[in-house]
Design a protein around this ligand. Structure first.
Ligand SMILES: Nc1ncnc2c1ncn2[C@@H]1O[C@H](COP(=O)(O)OP(=O)(O)OP(=O)(O)O)[C@@H](O)[C@H]1O
Ligand SMILES: [Mg+2]
Length: 244
């Protein structure tokens, strides 16, 4: 419970309190159809999903069932063919390409199976790259990057290139990067499937710690029982249809 006190100038805290009850994500009647040559592939149909403001959802389903499509739509990488997508109270379904770019930059985090670090940038630079490109307050970005590197146990590896990091360290850089914009929703697409048992264990714990300590909502595409075990809810998807 957060109380608004007179000393509270309302700049950040009030906003946070007001957002606390707003779902991180609401999908209403979402349909996604891909057109390939003359054929239409219905990747998502009648998708209804509400993700609470600090809920961790495991999304489970067979290959080709629409998991990556759902994450891409929730994160503004793709627009739905039909339906509403509301992220943190903002209806992004009608956003223009430019608005979606800003939305992705400012509001969501992504962690992909393939870590996708930029090979010629150091760990620290990989965290800072989006802020640099978008010309955001450099001092603040530097501070946040250093804080995240510290929290993720990477302070002494900040200057290393990805090729000079272990698999688990690369994963941590990817998580750090996804948290740079202080997202209210992070989308993980099979974050442990490419990792061996030990690194997978570390990743599983790291996601839990990072999401729970920050109160960040997450959708984690996974078959990993270590993750479904601690998720608040598991949502199943088959042929583009969701079942709780
Ligand atoms: N860009 C695209 N163009 C055309 N069809 C696509 C495209 N992306 C995905 N599809 C199709 O949409 C359906 C859902 O794909 P999606 O990638 O969302 O599945 P998934 O559940 O993530 O599968 P996997 O577990 O193999 O990653 C599949 O039939 C796939 O072939
Ligand atoms: Mg996928």
């Amino acid at each position: 419970m957060t109380e608004t006190s007179p000393e509270n100038d309302g700049s950040g805290a009030t906003g946070t309190a007001a957002q606390a009850n707003t779902p991180a994500l609401e999908m209403e009647g979402v349909r996604k159809v891909y057109e390939v040559a003359d054929e239409e592939v219905v990747a998502l149909d009648h998708a209804e999903l509400i993700v609470g403001s600090n809920e961790i959802i495991a999304l489970v389903g067979p290959s080709g069932s629409g998991k990556t499509t759902l994450c891409s739509i929730a994160g503004g990488i793709l627009s739905p063919t039909e339906g509403k997508v509301i992220v943190g109270g903002n209806d992004i379904s009608g956003y223009s390409a430019k608005q979606l770019t800003e939305f992705r930059r400012d509001s969501v985090g992504f962690v992909f199976q393939t870590v996708n670090l930029i090979p010629f940038l150091t760990a620290r630079e990989n965290l800072l790259v989006v802020d640099e490109i978008s010309g955001r307050d450099r001092k603040r970005a530097n501070k946040r990057a250093d804080q995240l590197l510290e929290e993720l146990g990477l302070a002494d590896r900040a200057g290393n290139l990805p090729s000079q990091l272990s698999g688990g360290q690369k994963q941590r850089v990817a998580i750090g990067r996804s948290l740079m914009n202080e997202p209210s929703l992070v989308l993980f697409d099979e974050p442990t499937s490419a990792l061996d048992t030990k690194l997978g264990d570390q990743m599983v714990e790291l996601i839990r710690e990072e999401m729970k300590s920050r109160g960040t909502a997450a959708i984690i595409v996974t078959h990993d029982e270590r993750i479904t075990g601690y998720a608040d809810r598991t949502v199943h998807i088959t042929d583009g249809r969701l079942e709780a």
